[in-house]
Design a protein around this ligand. Structure first.
Ligand SMILES: [Zn+2]
Length: 122
């Protein structure tokens, strides 16, 4: 399995990560026909030292939301304990964008925490 993401969205996410730096940014990913196309920036993420996670109960019910994204202000792209707990509750797939926020700094994980590949769709 691979995560499919539209190039425009990926570039926008990288820009958001840079704009929020040194803070973390977090958002929800909307999918259309198996491709992530859109991000909803989380209105009130709980930012911590090692993770940005958010309360899924704050979400409006939206079947097209199939994943999340958040940035790490350091070079570590691995999920924290809090991230893993959140992933398992949320389901779907999860992107982490690590500093310095280039395309090579993006990692995708299943809700189990297992890494998966990313396919950029033009
Ligand atoms: Zn994290």
């Amino acid at each position: 399995m691979r995560v499919r993401i539209r190039r425009e969205l990926l570039e926008y996410l990288l820009q958001l990560a840079r704009d929020f730096y040194p803070n973390e940014f977090a958002g929800f990913l909307r999918e259309r026909d198996g491709i992530f196309e859109e991000v909803l920036i989380a209105p009130n993420p709980h930012f911590g030292n090692t993770s940005a996670f958010f309360d899924p109960w704050m979400l409006p019910y939206d079947e097209s939301i199939k994943g999340t994204v958040h940035s790490h202000p350091g070079p570590n792209p691995w999920p924290s304990e809090a991230d893993l707990e959140f992933f398992s509750k949320f389901g779907g797939v999860h992107l982490i964008i690590a500093y310095p926020f280039t395309e090579e700094d993006v990692r995708a994980y299943l809700s189990s925490g297992e890494p998966v590949g990313i396919e950029v769709v033009e």
